[in-house]
Design a protein around this ligand. Structure first.
Ligand SMILES: Cc1cc2nc3c(=O)[nH]c(=O)nc-3n(C[C@H](O)[C@H](O)[C@H](O)COP(=O)(O)O)c2cc1C
Length: 192
């Protein structure tokens, strides 16, 4: 592959889209399918595909949000209105949300740790794919990723985990960058 200045520039400046900058439109169904195919093209020891996707469009996201509100109220009848409002909107802050689900588990040859890392690669690749099509993404987990009642509602099996909820839409502006690691402090040379 020839050097690509565009790709290098993207990789050097890529960043997530904060929710206040996330707007319509989202990808159409064909584009989203293409994005997911790119996202699934990741290093995957043993070709296990130890991950899968659940697409949550805005309408389904709103219904899931209503379910989160029910849970929040059941857990804390005095929950404040602001929290409930945030929960109601949690899955409709972007045109579409893709749940990246890890299906990692015990295997005769491939350590579970490696399967989990592959799901992480899928998450980042999905952000890259979204950007390649002119969209932006934001990868969060938040409390619903760790609540069994939400996982049941999403149809996750007992051993499955949410690697991330990747929200995708059109950025209205480029977000300010965040602090990046000091490279000198994380690179060393093994001297033998
Ligand atoms: C597995 C995982 C889970 C995350 N969960 C959250 C979250 O729940 N809330 C949040 O504000 N950020 C979360 N983040 C971080 C966001 O993705 C954040 O916007 C991102 O790290 C910004 O970095 P970027 O601009 O390089 O994409 C998570 C990141 C990862 C990798």
């Amino acid at each position: 592959m020839p050097a690509s200045a565009d790709l290098i520039a993207h990789l050097k400046t890529r960043r997530s889209v904060p929710f206040p900058l996330m707007a319509e439109p989202g990808p159409d169904a064909a584009t989203l399918t293409d994005m997911l195919a790119i996202a699934a093209r990741v290093p995957d020891h043993g070709k296990l595909a130890p991950w899968r996707f659940i697409i949550i469009d805005r309408a389904a996201g709103a219904r899931l949000g209503a379910f989160l509100v029910e849970l929040a109220k059941a857990d804390d009848p005095a929950a404040d209105a602001k929290k409930l409002e945030a929960d109601a909107a949690r899955f409709s802050r972007a045109p579409v949300c893709v749940a990246v689900v890890s299906r990692a588990g015990p295997h005769v040859k491939i350590p579970e740790w490696e399967q989990l890392m592959s799901a992480g690669a899928v998450g980042l690749n999905l952000l890259h794919a979204a950007a390649a099509f002119g969209f932006g993404g934001n990868w969060v987990t938040e409390w619903p990723a760790y609540d069994r009642r939400v996982l049941d509602r999403l149809g996750l099996a007992a051993a499955e985990k949410i690697a991330g909820f990747v929200h995708i839409g059109t950025p209205t502006a480029k977000a300010e960058d965040r602090v990046r690691p000091d490279m000198a402090s994380i690179i060393s040379h093994f001297e033998g």
